[in-house]
Design a protein around this ligand. Structure first.
Ligand code: DX5
Ligand code: ZN
Length: 227
């Protein structure tokens, strides 16, 4: 069976208890912390920045997977690297020089990801795929948690899976938006190996005190085992 990674998006966490919310999902078996950065410019919402990344870094050894929905993107990359980010992903529309931005992320010691909105064409992969560590397919329009999965993303996943396999490289294929227990197996069959889930996990309710998310993380894994 493929190695699947579950990446809870803290966008749907209780921000008044952010530290506990992070340790709870990791203790419950999640793999990455998905960290959504929105600037009220590239997307119509405003969230968290490097200060919050720095504050949560000591709480976990898990990979912090930063999803930048900001424009311009380059100036903020070194700040996130210093704050302890492991993966930094950006949208091609938000960078004047995509190859340079990928290089900048690597120079800062992080892994680099490129993100595709539902209407962003895959030709942005043409000259850079082999330089990437991750491709992120958006299955909602970026800006908000709790939206409905757009099925067209499955077509894109299949196409990117084939292109990654052709490279023979270890490039993660991540999906973000509307991932739930009732669609995660189908998404895995389309080729994703890394699954962002915000409202599905943090909206599921906790399992007790100290709170944990074992039931929902376990349910997602059980569905993945069927894929
Ligand atoms: C949307 C964000 C997502 C979002 C996912 O712009 O990039 O990471 O939090 O949330 P759900 O899983 O609720 O769709
Ligand atoms: Zn995201």
């Amino acid at each position: 069976m493929a190695t699947y990674r579950i990446a809870p998006s803290i966008l749907s966490a209780n921000f008044a208890k952010l530290g506990e919310e992070i340790t709870a999902v990791i203790d419950s078996g999640a793999d990455f912390i998905h960290f959504d950065v929105m600037d009220n410019h590239y997307v119509p919402n405003l969230t968290i920045g490097p200060l919050v990344c720095e504050a949560i870094r000591p709480l976990t050894d898990a990979i912090i997977d930063v999803h930048l929905m900001v424009e311009p993107v380059d100036r903020i990359i070194p700040d996130f690297a210093k704050a302890g980010a492991n993966i930094i992903s950006f949208h091609p529309e938000a960078s004047r020089h995509i190859d340079r931005t990928i290089g900048l992320i690597h120079e800062q010691g992080c892994k680099a990801g490129l993100v595709f909105n539902p209407a962003t064409p895959l030709y942005y992969l043409d000259h850079v795929l082999e330089k990437l560590d991750l491709v992120l397919i958006m299955s909602v329009n970026p800006g908000f948690g709790g939206q409905k999965f757009i099925p067209e993303a499955l077509v894109k996943l299949r196409a990117v899976r084939a292109r990654i396999d052709e490279t023979g490289k270890d490039i993660l294929l991540e999906i973000d938006g509307g991932v739930k227990t009732d669609n995660i197996a189908e998404i895995a069959r389309a080729g994703a190996d890394t699954f962002v889930a915000g409202s599905a996990i943090y909206g599921a309710g906790r399992d007790g005190d100290p709170h944990r998310y074992d039931s929902i993380v376990g349910a997602l894994r059980a569905e993945l085992a069927k894929a």
